[in-house]
Design a protein around this ligand. Structure first.
Ligand code: NAD
Ligand code: IPM
Ligand code: MN
Length: 352
């Protein structure tokens, strides 16, 4: 029997509600493969910050480093100034643990309603590979002449050759393994000429090693249009941190809503634990009412299983979610967060 050391960070808002269901389904799937979960829960987020002023103490980061994977709900709360928890906890973990791949599948499951005009399930099946450690997220820049009419705020986008190349290479590997073998670089090289040219050149150079992969380019503004009008254009998408953030909320919307969108913050070399979390945030508007859809967290846990080498278990969770979504389309009755988790866990248990 294998034991997986799993850190759980429920976080804020609906985070604890959805993470409970994620762990429920994960435990069911793992137990069927003789895998035991050794979970440790970490109380991080708004409550801790109010009590102690801490976002992520060094000692906790060290403990997390020794875990095999992290499941995170969401962070951010209206009672905490914007950015404190987002930067001090979430981004700090992504940066410290070198989660340079932020993997965000955009898939329309059968039966799921999409706002697109003529949706066909097969038309929406892409994998967004969002860079996770650089870009405008890096925290470079600052404020000059604060509170004067001449105030200047800069927020520099960091793009290193090393950082761009490693995520582009990962995206080529993913594209190469998919039937369509298409890779689209999404950027804004007509305006962000320095960074855009670096991304273009790296894609061109790495692409030589992947002759089977067809390469395409799309400006990010046009990409938002094509996500809606021609989603079938996209197979694997590689893009910078900020563009990837924005287009994956759009991706969530076309594929049935933010409650279904999963992600993995991955360190492919396994030098550090990877972290899995829904694309959505803490949803303070619905927190505490058992209304949140835990499916995004459950699908994120499937990405975790895949990353941990438990591919069959991952497939079983995805299959259970697909069945649940299809049943939901036919039935239509409202279920609570816990009921959805129970139903998916039961479907995992029932699989042959
Ligand atoms: P949000 O994703 O929390 O909410 C946007 C809308 O989607 C809300 O109406 C919400 O009710 C709905 N929603 C989100 N998840 C849902 C679910 N599982 N089921 C049903 N409906 C769901 O985004 P926001 O409102 O922009 O941000 C709220 C807070 O979350 C902010 O503090 C923000 O910084 C933070 N945030 C955190 C993360 C993260 O931890 N990874 C991601 C995004 C935003
Ligand atoms: C996400 C979130 C985060 C991001 C925020 C909360 C830092 O929006 O995971 O998509 O921008 O990456
Ligand atoms: Mn986001």
């Amino acid at each position: 029997a294998r034991t997986v050391k799993l850190a759980v960070i429920p976080g804020d808002g609906i985070g604890p509600e959805v993470v409970t269901e994620g762990v429920k389904v994960l435990s069911e799937a793992a137990s069927r493969h003789d895998v035991a979960l050794d979970t440790t829960e970490y109380e991080l987020g708004a409550k801790r910050w109010h009590a102690t002023g801490e976002t992520l103490p060094d000692s906790v980061e060290d403990e997390l480093r020794s875990q095999e994977a992290i499941l995170l709900g969401a962070v951010g709360d209206p009672s905490v100034p914007s950015g404190i928890l987002e930067r001090g906890l979430l981004l700090r973990l992504r940066f410290s643990f070198s989660h340079y791949v932020n993997l965000r599948p955009v898939r329309l499951y059968p039966g799921v309603t999409t706002p697109l005009a003529e949706p066909e399930t097969d038309d929406i099946d892409m994998l967004v590979v969002r860079e996770g450690t650089e870009g405008p997220y890096a925290g470079m820049g600052g404020v000059l002449r604060k509170d004067t009419p001449g105030e200047i705020a800069t927020q520099d986008s960091v793009n290193t050759r090393f950082g761009v190349e490693r995520v582009v290479r990962y995206a080529f590997e993913k594209a190469n393994a998919r039937p369509r073998a298409k890779l689209t670089l999404v950027h804004k090289d007509n305006v962000l000429t320095y960074a855009g040219e670096l991304w273009q050149r790296v894609v061109r150079e790495v692409g030589v090693e992947y002759p089977r992969v067809s390469v395409d380019y799309c400006h990010v503004d046009a990409a938002t249009m094509f996500f809606v009008s021609q989603p079938e254009r996209f197979d694997v998408v590689v893009t910078d941190n900020l563009f990837g953030d924005i287009i994956t909320d759009l991706g969530a919307a076309i594929a049935g809503g933010i409650g279904l969108a999963a992600s993995g913050n991955i360190n492919p070399e396994n030098d550090f634990p990877s972290m899995f979390e829904p694309v959505h945030g803490s949803a303070p508007d619905i927190a505490g009412h058992g209304k949140a859809d835990p499916t995004a967290t459950v699908l994120s846990s499937a990405i975790m299983l895949q990353h941990l080498g438990l591919a069959t278990a991952a497939r079983q969770v995805e299959q259970a979610v697909a069945e649940d979504l299809n049943a939901r389309a036919k039935d239509g009755s409202e279920r609570s967060t816990a009921q959805i988790g129970d139903d998916i866990a039961r479907r995992v248990a029932e699989q042959g």
